[in-house]
Write a protein that binds this ligand. Sequence first.
Ligand SMILES: Nc1nc2c(ncn2[C@@H]2O[C@H](COP(=O)(O)OP(=O)(O)OP(=O)(O)O)[C@@H](O)[C@H]2O)c(=O)[nH]1
Ligand SMILES: [Mg+2]
Length: 317
Amino acid sequence: MPFGQVVIGPPGSGKTTYCGGMQQFLGALGRKTVVVNLDPANESMQYTSAVDIADLITLDDAMDAHGLGPNGGMVYCIEYLEKNMAWLLDRLKPYADDGYYFIFDCPGQVELYTHNESIRTVVRQLEKHGFRLACVHLVDASYCTEAAKFISVLLLSLTTMTMLEMPHVNVLSKIDLLAQLGELDFSLEYYTSVMDLDYLLHHLQEREPSARFGELNRVMCSLVEDYSLVGFSTLCITDKHSVALLLKEIDKANGYIFGALTAGNEDILMAADTTDMLTEARDAQERYEALRAAAPASRPSADPGARLGRLEIVEHR
Ligand SMILES: Nc1nc2c(ncn2[C@@H]2O[C@H](COP(=O)(O)OP(=O)(O)OP(=O)(O)O)[C@@H](O)[C@H]2O)c(=O)[nH]1
Ligand SMILES: [Mg+2]
C-alpha cells in the first residue's frame, strides 16, 4: 500500500524546496522515496523527479495551443492531467509496486485548492488506487506578523481542508525567517494552536477601527473557530529537528506509522496522542525566542525567500 504526501500551498511558500529536502531526509532514514512533479511551471526543481507532468503537458504547450495566459494555462494543464489519470497511474505503478513512498509537488495557484475540482479528483483517484496520502499545506510564516494576513491564511487553510477532504497538515514554513521580521503580537504557540481568536480580533480592530470591517472580521474568525480544524506545525527545511517533528505529524496523518490499517484496528489512530504537537509548539517557541534574541533589530530588505542554495540538512541545536 503506497503512502505519501501531497504538497500544496500558495506561490513561493517553499513547496519545491520542501519536496527536495524531505526526499533527502527520508533517504537518510532509509525510506525509499520518489518525488512526482505535478507543477507544469516548475523550472528549478531541487530533486530529480521520478514522474514529471512536463512529459504529459507543459505550461507553454497549454498557453501556445489555446492562447491562454499563465493562470488559465495552469488550470488547463491540471484539468488535462485529471482527464489523463491513466497516464499518471501508469507512471506511478512501478514505484508503488516496489514499495516507494511518494511526495507530490503541486502548483501554487490557490484556486486549484479552493474552487477548481481537478486536484481533488486527482487525489480521489489516487486514493481509489490504494494511495494513503496526507496533504501538507505550506504557508509562509511571515503571515503571522499581521493579524489581517493571518486571518486570511486561516480562511485559506480552512477552505482548502474542506475542499480536498483528506488528512491535512498545515505548516508555517520558513520559520527561521520569522525572527527577523519584527516582534509578533503573541507567542508563536498562539499562532500554531489557533485558539482564542478574540485576541487577534482585538488587535485588528485597534489598527482598523472601521465598524463595517470589524463585524466582517468577527464573523470570519468565528467561522474558523466553529470548524475547529485549523492548526499549524512549523518548518525550517534546513533544520533536521524541525523536519523530523513535521514528518511525525505527517506519518500520523496518512497512517504511515500504523502500517497497513485493517478494519477493526482504527482504534490505534485514536490512540495517537497530541503530546508530540504540544512538544513541537513549545519547542518552536523556544527556538523562535532564541533566534529573536539574536536577530538584528531592523527588518531585512532582501527577499525573505532568498534562495537557500544546495540543501544541507544540519542539526540546528
Ligand atoms: N529561509 C528559508 N527559505 C526557504 C525555506 N523553504 C524555502 N525557502 C525559499 O523560498 C523560496 C521559494 O521556494 P520554492 O520551493 O521555490 O517555493 P514553491 O512553493 O515551490 O514556489 P512555486 O512553485 O513558485 O509556487 C526559495 O527562495 C527557497 O529557497 C525555509 O525553510 N527557510
Ligand atoms: Mg514549486
